[in-house]
Design a protein around this ligand. Sequence first.
Ligand SMILES: O=C(CO)[C@H](O)[C@H](O)COP(=O)(O)O
Length: 285
Amino acid sequence: MIFFLSKFVKLFSNIELKIISKNSQKYLSDKMSSQTSDFNLIEKGKQNSAQRAVDENIDHTTKIIGIGSGSTIVYAVERLAQRVNQENLDIYCIPSSFQAKQLLTKYNLKIADLETFTSVMIGIIDVTIDGADEVDKDLTCIKGGGGCHLQEKLIAFCAKKFIVIADFRKNSTKLGQNWSKGIPIEVLPSAYRLVQDRIQKLYEGSAVLREFSGPGRGKAGPVITDNGNFILDWIFNSNEDNDWKSINQEIKLIPGVIETGLFIGLAKMAYFGNSDGTVTKISSE
Ligand SMILES: O=C(CO)[C@H](O)[C@H](O)COP(=O)(O)O
């Protein structure tokens, strides 16, 4: 009797285990396919915003373009290369990073830098196109998620038109609404403790040294920018009504600060690729 009873219990628990494992397999596969579809919507959003920005702002009169960095700009460069070939456009591109330069090389586009041309610098670039980590209702941006905001600010500053391209996640009313990784600040390596200290005394939140994470990724220790500097990410209090213009000026006065990832009054337009396939265009004028 005991023998049969134990056989029955074993059989029942095997069935139960199979049901649990089937359910968890279903849960995992549902979760994975919903993550894949989220990923696709985001990528499609990036692509749609990039294509629209290139198509609406570049023509045969465009001679010099500033090229930002990140994952969204890849779609813009792809589209630009297509149009340069199809329409025989004669365009020089100024990259904002090692990554952007590699991208331009891959697509065989003509590369220049800010010293190539002898004319007046401000306005020398017809259009600069770049991604952003977050954009608020006034088109103030947080940039530098990829650590390239110093060169990105240079090509935004020298452009007649600075255009932001992004997927729907970056479209906020207020900075900090969707982006929680803070404001990147490029600093001289020997000054990072001083800047960290000063920011934490001036404002709420913390200024965290950006480091590589995870075994087998990058190197141990701090992220080094294309210019050989460190990055602090200032995680600010997003519930405050922050006056970004004066905060930016104050941070830039700290010795050792090279550039902040706050782009104020620079963007003329932003294109956001939405999850339904449409593109929202916001203009500062
Ligand atoms: O500022 C940047 C790099 O310094 C990027 O433009 C920003 O991080 C957005 O990147 P992505 O297009 O991958 O979302």
